[in-house]
Design a protein around this ligand. Structure first.
Ligand code: FAD
Length: 478
């Protein structure tokens, strides 16, 4: 194997494998190194996203949602569900088969694009030399013309409740339960906590989420966050805000967690605990002291808006750099960097990164919130459409939620779109495209949407910006 490469990519997660494939497509002799091994000791690409993140969580979310619909929604539609039962082992088997197909698919894509794949831990030294070490072979030193670092992130552990991979687990462990815990405590009511909490609650766990912050989903639109809290409470997710976990003690097969809230110190006993308090960049032992690449105080690789590090020819993308820790953000950064190495000039538009929470109803948004715009002193108009008024929503028992369009009051340009409702994860793409093309609320209002669809909610919300929605009572007209 050649030990010189045009491009060396460290990490075969979504950010890294996108970068590697595009680099190879552009004619570069490309190496991709990853240390993720499957149970057979073989390299398994796909990173967090495919192995223990986006994909396995959605497999369980979809399966548990179908069960919950069958249990509580089907009888009203005239569908009998006598004898309905869950088989967690089969759900896990389904999840594993999806993960296996996709990770094998990525291996195939890397190979068919001509990317050389190497298994092992990579460390970047001076002069773009990458040393790859593994238990199987002696270290290999590779000389790179360009390096793309995509080492991703790992779950944050907290001292007050240390993971033991048994009773107390992180998000990876929470995707592996082989039975339904009777009482499940989740530390952190952010995206991952809510998604995992939803899975196990739908399957029968009594779920309590302990969130240290006083506000719920602070990054989301306030009205959407309020609606979400109402919907989750209805689903019996017990979300306790301002509840800071201070310590935990094992007691037989259970854990007693102590937390502080506005009323003092409280305690709760759980059968399992999931610690879902966030993720940190996986940059320990990635860089030799003379690599020329710097980390910030929290361990993120420092980069400019084009993902260039302080070392010429070395780039970093994905969860290990600033910005949202989301697979699609990393993918776009990976593609951008490969193309910039080729001399092209693409950019990532960080103002239109879609955010999605795959609960039910789903929550999705893109762009600015009302609160953010107020802080910046930007004047705006708002159009809201409640999904309760959607014909397709009624027909399909999906009337929870709303769509909100926020437009600049002077130009009518769309500045933000916020949704809570069925299929919001799919619908948000319409808003992203509209914003990428600089659409005004009027442009969306003048666009034809198929009837009856859930996406008509976006159309109506855009019309509501000027007080012209048809299916709601408009108070304001402009
Ligand atoms: P990773 O996917 O973490 O990949 C990094 C890769 O680099 C790994 O394979 C690792 O083995 C390898 N590596 C690290 N260091 C080295 C080294 N020194 N040498 C060799 N290899 C190395 N995001 C979404 O957008 N949508 C979702 O629905 C979603 N759901 C999620 C659900 C859960 C439960 C979790 C945990 C995460 C979820 N995420 C989701 C986040 C998403 O998984 C990450 O944003 C994404 O995987 C980051 O991609 P990445 O390529 O930067 O890093």
């Amino acid at each position: 194997m050649s030990e010189k490469f045009d491009v060396v990519v460290v990490g075969a997660g979504p950010a890294g494998y996108h970068a590697a494939i595009r680099a190879a497509q552009l004619g570069f002799n490309t190496l991709c190194v990853d240390q993720w091994l499957n149970e057979k000791g073989e390299l398994q690409p796909g990173g967090t996203c495919l192995n223990v993140g986006c994909i396995p969580s959605k497999a369980l979310l979809d399966a548990s949602h179908k069960y919950s619909q069958a249990k509580s929604g089907f009888p009203a539609l005239g569908i009998q569900t006598k004898g309905l039962a869950i088989d967690v082992a089969q759900m896990q088997k389904h999840k594993r088969s999806v993960v296996a197909s996709l990770t094998q698919g990525v291996s195939g894509l890397l190979k068919s694009n001509g990317v050389v794949v190497m298994s092992g831990h990579a460390k970047l030294g001076a002069g773009k030399q990458v040393t790859v070490s593994s238990d199987q072979a002696s270290p290999v030193v590779v000389q790179a013309e360009h390096v793309i670092l995509a080492p991703g992130s790992s779950p944050i552990d907290i001292e007050a409740c240390r993971c033991d991979d048994d009773i107390v687990v992180d998000s990876t462990g929470a995707l592996e339960f082989e039975g339904v815990p009777k009482r499940l405590g989740i530390i952190g009511a952010g995206v991952i906590g809510l998604e995992l909490g939803s899975v196990w609650s739908r399957l029968g766990s009594e779920v309590v989420l302990l969130e240290a912050m006083d506000s719920f989903l602070p990054g989301a639109d306030t009205q959407v966050a309020k609606e979400a809290l109402k919907q989750f409470k209805r689903q019996k997710l017990d979300i306790r805000l301002g509840a800071k976990v201070v310590d935990s003690q094992k007691s037989g097969t259970q854990v007693v967690v102590r937390y502080e809230d506005s009323e003092g110190t409280q305690s709760e006993t759980f059968d399992r605990i999931v610690v879902a308090v966030g993720r940190r960049p996986q940059t320990a032992d990635l860089l030799a002291s003379d690599s020329g690449v710097s980390l910030d105080a929290r361990g993120f690789i420092e980069v400019d808006e084009h993902c260039q590090t302080g070392a010429p020819g070395v780039f970093a993308v994905g969860d290990a750099v600033r910005g949202a820790m989301l697979a699609h953000k990393g993918m776009e950064e990976g593609l951008m960097v490969a193309e910039r190495i080729k001399g092209k000039k693409p950019q990532v538009d960080y103002d239109t990164v879609p955010m999605v929470i795959y609960t039910h109803p789903e929550i999705a948004w893109v762009g600015q919130t009302e609160d953010g715009l107020k802080q910046k002193g930007i004047e705006f108009n708002v159009g809201v459409f409640p999904m309760a008024a959607s014909g397709r929503g009624m027909a399909s028992q999906e009337t929870a939620g709303l769509v909100k369009v926020i437009a600049d009051s002077a130009s009518d340009r769309v500045l933000g779109v916020h949704m809570i409702g069925a299929h919001a994860s799919e619908l948000i793409a319409e808003a992203v495209i509209a914003m990428e093309f600089g659409a005004s609320a009027e442009d969306i209002g003048l666009t034809m949407f198929a009837h009856p669809t859930i996406s008509e909610g976006f159309h109506e919300a855009a019309l509501a910006v000027s007080g012209h929605a048809i299916h709601i009572a408009n108070r304001k007209r402009r």
